[in-house]
Design a protein around this ligand. Structure first.
Ligand SMILES: Cc1cc2nc3c(=O)[nH]c(=O)nc-3n(C[C@H](O)[C@H](O)[C@H](O)COP(=O)(O)OP(=O)(O)OC[C@H]3O[C@@H](n4cnc5c(N)ncnc54)[C@H](O)[C@@H]3O)c2cc1C
Length: 413
């Protein structure tokens, strides 16, 4: 059930109604917990894509792994997402600017129909919010921007205060408030941070040639450029739209942002080595700063961090939200098991189990991204030889390649 301002006491307050926080609320649908889903902004209904003569796409998309798709299916959301719009991709080509190293992945190699799906973030949010509207023990409290919080003396509950003076009390606070998490900062969770010195430029384009359900990624010394296939509608056969994620050092990003549409279109097709022909149309460009960050602990008395609040990762492997969804899947399982065993919702044993199950996996993925970023930056020739030898090696050894693909799909972790 949706409401606006509520001063009641809750079992759980989830701060942040993005894809991760809203998923946690849905995963707890079959409990009797009173849940507040709190966000500083209203969910923007106008962001929901509609198929028009000239389709409008959300510039923010996510490569959704098979594991995340299964989770959405389990929540009863996948059919709704697919009916709105998503694009399965069955091939992926990755290569470097030197032209000497390349790897290609195909769904057939791992006995799957697709490697993953490219879905607009607003499509996922729309499906989540439709479902949340039907759950009467979840209240959406918005707009509520956190200013401070206070634990009571015996740490049995936390009171949150918004910047406009509203209060809300809960036994457990789940911080799903994204990479710049206010809760993480207020609670003084220690973090390890890697400054990437990269910005991600995103936009949508229409290309001359069809993408054939293939994702393309070219690594350049200034950063990777990805073309992610989009579908125009649920029954699209044109296959000419792609979402662009172009990560680059700030100087390059600035250069790309200041180009005219015509110059940018030419630079884009040149930079992807003309794989999809000319760029026939392009949407507005946006940039996002990138930073890799990992909280040393995910839990404290009455608080758990999930999603980007716990870890933010370079988008080059499209893992960010997928890792966040695994976090909330595990947290929901642990909370439900704890409740069945008669434990309090904020029981530290339960929270620590969640932390133990997620930290290693998230860190492993982050180190892998750090390695990629290092290898593909401007490096001396011998490093580039080894890197390209490694890429060719991976491409030629099916077992290694399949293991990598299964891991990226979230099938093995
Ligand atoms: C360019 C780019 C491309 C990406 N591509 C992929 C991809 O292909 N695949 C993938 O898996 N991941 C991808 N990611 C990462 C992915 O977008 C994030 O991991 C994901 O959005 C994190 O979700 P979240 O719900 O944890 O946080 P967010 O999406 O950041 O949501 C946080 C929510 O908290 C709310 N909030 C924030 N502060 C407060 C406050 N003080 N009070 C109340 N509410 C607050 C915000 O309004 C927001 O709704 C990409 C990221 C970028 C930048």
């Amino acid at each position: 059930m949706m409401s606006t301002n509520n001063s009641d006491e809750y079992d759980i307050a989830i701060i942040g109604g993005g894809m991760v926080g809203a998923s946690l609320a849905c995963l707890l649908a079959n409990t009797s917990l009173r849940i507040a889903l709190v966000d500083r902004q209203l969910f923007d209904e106008s962001a929901i894509p509609v198929t028009q003569v000239q389709p409008k796409f959300d510039a923010r998309v996510s490569a959704i792994t098979a594991a995340s798709r299964n989770l959405f299916d389990q929540m009863g959301l996948w059919d709704d997402i697919a009916a709105m719009r998503c694009c399965g991709y069955s091939n992926m080509q990755v290569w470097d600017a030197d032209g000497t190293g390349s790897v290609s992945f195909s769904a057939g190699d791992v006995n799957q129909l697709e490697l993953g799906n490219i879905v607009e973030n607003s499509v996922i949010l729309s499906a989540l919010y439709k479902k949340l509207d039907l759950i009467d023990h979840v209240d959406l409290i918005t707009p509520f921007s956190i200013e401070s919080f206070q634990r009571d003396q015996d740490a049995k509950k936390i009171t949150l205060r918004s910047i406009d003076g509203n209060n809300l009390t809960a036994k457990l606070l789940v911080a799903a408030d994204g990479a710049s998490s206010k809760i993480r900062e207020l609670a003084e969770f220690a973090t390890k941070e890697w400054d990437y010195n990269h910005l991600a430029l995103v936009t949508t384009v229409k290309t001359e040639a069809a993408h054939r359900n293939t994702a393309f990624q070219r690594f350049m010394p200034t950063g990777p450029l990805a073309f992610l296939p989009l579908a125009e509608s649920a029954s699209d056969s044109g296959q000419k739209f792609s979402s662009i994620v172009w990560s680059a050092i700030p100087e390059r990003s600035e250069e790309l942002m200041f180009m005219s549409d015509k110059e940018f279109a030419l630079e884009l097709s040149r930079s992807i080595e003309n794989k999809l022909g000319a760029i026939e149309w392009l949407d507005k460009r946006f940039v996002f700063p990138l930073r890799q960050r990992h909280a040393k602990d995910y839990v404290q008395d009455n608080i758990a961090l999930v999603g980007d609040a716990a870890h933010s990762i370079h988008p080059l492997a499209g893992q960010g939200v997928n890792l966040g969804l695994l976090d909330v899947q595990v947290l929901a399982q642990e909370l439900i098991q704890g409740l069945q065993a008669g434990r309090n919702v904020a029981d530290m044993t339960v929270l620590k189990c969640y932390q133990r199950k997620r930290v290693g996996h998230n860190l492993g993925m982050m180190w892998m991204m750090e390695g990629f970023k290092y290898l593909f930056a401007e490096r001396p020739l011998p490093v580039r030889w080894f890197r390209n030898l490694g890429m060719r090696g991976v491409d030629n050894i099916p077992l290694v390649k399949n293991q990598l693909a299964r891991r990226a799909m979230g099938l093995d972790w």
